[in-house]
Ligand binder design. Structure first.
Ligand code: DNO
Length: 398
């Protein structure tokens, strides 16, 4: 079976270990958020976190994220030192048995949304991305230089109409949402800070960023291989350029290139069905099938998307991603790994963002990381897997 995991943000997380245990998860996905990006995850801090997790009866299954410093992404400044630090962090994690490491290569922004409390008709809440709203932020709140060149004329017009109808409270809300600290980035910006950061990527296009990623992989994959680490790059969320920034882990083609550059089980990806699924042209079932041998971690969640680059998160079985197909692929891949007698055949999976619902409504947590929505998704994931596994056995027997 898949290894059922749960993202726990560390001792400040309001979700308790008892609650996590009751969801059915056995593995914990966690990160040392207190360590500044670029610094080494030292042995003492790793051991402390591991002890807390193990004393509660769980395994620390995945490090998410071991963040990549912007200097590495740009290949400027102290990037050489930060790459050496990254290698040491990997070695330290491996020493304590944490062998799956999730990271991303999204410049500056991690996942982005224009609405963190979009209400469903059942009164639960999810996150949503409206392209015109995002463009309105870029053009009229951030006022990025030459931003209008990034968008087709109709989109600029739409954004203009949209913006002119906003109240000042709505403008403030949009601004806060987009500048907010999100779990992956660990940073919160002012408009000026964000503008200054964006400038540092002015000369870096997709090709350059990809080449910087490949250079990084050429350095870290051999270390990961040697110490039994399975790297799992996380796709861009959403899978397209934002604010003129390059984004390079967005499509089937991108993932194909990334895993081909260092062909090794150490160089894999996180099958994040929601991030990839937000891309109208992404067929997530195909991506999963085609690259199943390099899925080192899975984030399962669904989205409803459209061709105009709008999407909202949805219940696991109610969006545009075919979860049955995805599960077939995961189960098949695990069987293949088992046949090869790989000790790491079990793929860790976690429910990703869940609806804010039931007893979570009104409670504080990172958007998408409440208790009940994720618990519901995890129950559905487990049920789906059991159904897929049993029906395959049934077919073989009969
Ligand atoms: C969002 C998460 C991401 C993810 C990072 C991995 O909820 O899936 O923030 O942790 O992108 O580096």
């Amino acid at each position: 079976m898949l290894e059922y995991t749960w993202r726990w943000f560390g001792p400040k997380d309001r979700i308790t270990f008892d609650e996590i245990r009751q969801t059915g998860a056995t593995g914990i996905v966690s990160a040392l958020h207190q360590i500044p990006v670029g610094e080494i995850w030292n042995r003492e801090d790793i051991l402390d976190r591991k002890d807390i997790i193990e004393c509660a009866g769980f395994t620390w299954s995945v490090a998410e994220s071991l963040p990549v410093h912007e200097d590495i992404k740009r290949r400027t400044g102290r990037y050489k030192e930060f790459i050496e630090n990254y290698k040491l962090s990997l070695i330290n994690l491996a020493e304590f048995g944490i062998h799956t490491v999730c990271y991303n290569f999204m410049p500056i922004l991690d996942w982005s949304r224009t609405n963190l409390v979009y209400k469903f008709n059942d009164n639960s809440e999810v996150t949503r991305f409206d392209f015109a709203k995002f463009v309105a932020f870029d053009l009229y709140i951030l006022r990025r230089e030459s931003a209008e060149k990034s968008y087709p004329r109709e989109v600029v017009q739409q954004a203009n109409i949209y913006f002119n109808n906003l109240t000042s409270a709505e403008i403030q809300d949009l601004k806060n949402t987009l500048l907010l600290e999100l779990p992956g980035s660990g940073e919160e910006y002012t408009l000026d800070e964000l503008k200054a950061k964006l400038k540092t990527y002015e000369k870096i296009d997709d090709r350059q960023l990809k080449s910087n990623l490949f250079d990084f992989l050429k350095e870290i994959v051999p270390v990961a291989e040697k110490y039994g680490i399975r790297l799992a790059i996380h796709p861009d969320d959403p899978p397209w350029s934002l604010l003129g920034l390059p984004r390079i882990v967005s499509t089937e083609e991108d993932i194909g290139e990334i895993i081909a550059v260092m062909d090794s089980p150490a160089n894999g990806f996180t099958l994040c069905t929601g991030s990839l699924g937000a891309g109208y042209l992404n067929n997530v079932s195909n991506i999963a099938k085609k690259f199943s041998h390099r899925i080192n971690f899975a984030h399962l969640r669904n989205v409803t998307r459209d061709e105009k680059l709008n999407f909202n998160e949805n219940y696991l079985f109610e969006g545009d991603v075919d979860m049955y197909d995805i599960m077939q692929t995961l189960v098949h891949e695990m069987n293949q790994r088992r046949k090869k007698k790989r000790s790491d055949w079990q793929i860790p999976v976690r429910p990703d963002h869940g609806n804010q619902m039931l007893g979570d409504i009104g409670k504080e947590n990172y958007p998408g990381y409440g208790l009940y929505g994720r618990m519901k998704s995890l129950a559905e994931i487990r049920g789906l897997e059991l159904g897929v596994v049993r029906s395959r056995q049934f077919i073989i027997k009969n």
